[in-house]
Design a binder for this molecule. Structure first.
Ligand SMILES: C[S@@+](CC[C@H](N)C(=O)[O-])C[C@H]1O[C@@H](n2cnc3c(N)ncnc32)[C@H](O)[C@@H]1O
Length: 331
């Protein structure tokens, strides 16, 4: 992992050299003490309520990064492949040379993309160093905070991709403006994201624990300053940032196997599977215990009730998921 994962940093505009090291043999010792504390802060984890969380920029992302969460993210990847007919992205990119995946998670999208585009240099960036080490040679993972100012602007990207950052980002508009500055003229940016609000064609989700769960959890995320309904706002944010040729696709993703339509049924099954793979607990635990002072047991009870409702054939929840891409003008 250590070889694969790099920490990027921001160089302050007024950075000046400390000249006191000239002819000083302690320079190497000091350097290694900085790099080992930096490395340990990146590789360290926070353990809480039986789950593991990132430590670098501790507390800024509220979902765990342990095995069961990573399994859930890989199931979510399969859900997206089913949703987009096995396409990793919808933007009309051609021969991309430099590509970045923001908030790459387990890196599964970036790995598939790098395999599909062996001539592209692909970067996956995340707060957590949870990505595998055996990856395509044209892929590198970095640990960094994508909400910090990027140091990449001198070396712009052909394609910037971000998926499922709902509940992660405090300032999507700023992030999308940063993408605009960091993509080449003529290059593309694509965000794929949820509108985390369950609805149902027949109102059957109203008054259920399923709805109660999302009201509690999404409300707490919003109070804490995170956007949980970015999907529906992406188009406007792309326009505001200056993108052109913006394309928006909205998809329905059911929860459960209740739809008659075979394709929707399959999507519903994958969505339920990722929710049941500890998803209900993963999403709710830190936000409700840290910000709303719930006990772990109270969260687990709410999650269990929502999960049970999600299995009932008479309750028909579904969510909207958006894919939005846009191009930076050539000039
Ligand atoms: C819900 S997961 C989605 C992972 C991946 N994009 C996918 O679609 O499978 C969100 C990811 O964003 C990362 N993340 C959240 N805030 C971040 C930030 N400020 N900088 C970098 N990564 C961040 C989290 O660590 C997590 O891996």
């Amino acid at each position: 992992m250590a070889e694969q994962t790099t920490v990027t940093g921001n160089v302050p505009a007024n950075a000046q050299a400390d000249n006191s090291y000239e002819n000083d043999s302690s320079y190497g010792d000091e350097l290694s003490s900085y790099s080992s504390s930096l490395t340990s802060s990146v590789f360290d984890y926070r353990h809480e309520n039986g789950r593991r969380y990132h430590k670098y920029r501790d507390g800024s992302y509220l979902l765990p990064n342990d095995e069961s969460e990573n399994d859930r993210l890989d199931m979510f990847h399969e859900l997206c492949l089913q949703l987009l007919d096995h396409q990793l992205y919808l933007a009309p990119i051609q021969n991309p040379q430099r590509v970045i995946d923001l908030g790459t998670g387990t890196g599964i999208w970036a790995i598939d993309f790098a395999d599909e585009h062996p001539d592209a240099e692909v970067i996956g960036c995340d707060l957590s160093p949870i990505q595998p080490t055996l990856v395509p040679p044209n892929l590198k993972f970095f640990v960094d905070d994508i909400e910090s100012e990027w140091a990449e602007e001198n070396n712009p990207f052909d394609f910037i991709h971000a998926r499922y950052l709902t509940g992660s980002i405090r300032d999507f508009e700023r992030l999308i403006e940063q993408c605009y500055r960091s993509v080449k003229p003529g290059g593309w940016v694509e965000f794929q994201d949820w509108d985390v609000y369950p609805n149902s064609p027949d109102g059957s989700v109203d008054g259920t624990w399923f709805r109660q769960y999302y009201d509690e959890v999404s409300g707490a995320f919003e109070e804490a300053g995170y956007d949980v309904r970015p999907g529906i706002k992406l188009e406007q944010w792309f326009k505001d940032a200056g993108f052109v040729n913006i394309h928006v696709e909205k998809f329905i993703v059911p929860h459960g196997v209740w739809p008659k339509d075979k394709h929707l049924k399959k999507l519903g099954a994958w969505n339920q599977a990722q929710g049941e793979a500890s998803g209900f607990e993963s999403v709710a635990l830190a936000i409700l215990t840290r910000y709303k002072k719930w006990t772990k047991e109270e969260v687990l009870v709410l999650a269990a009730k929502a999960r049970a409702d999600g299995r009932k054939s008479e309750i028909h929840p579904m969510f909207d998921f958006y894919v939005v891409y846009g191009q930076r003008p050539e000039n």
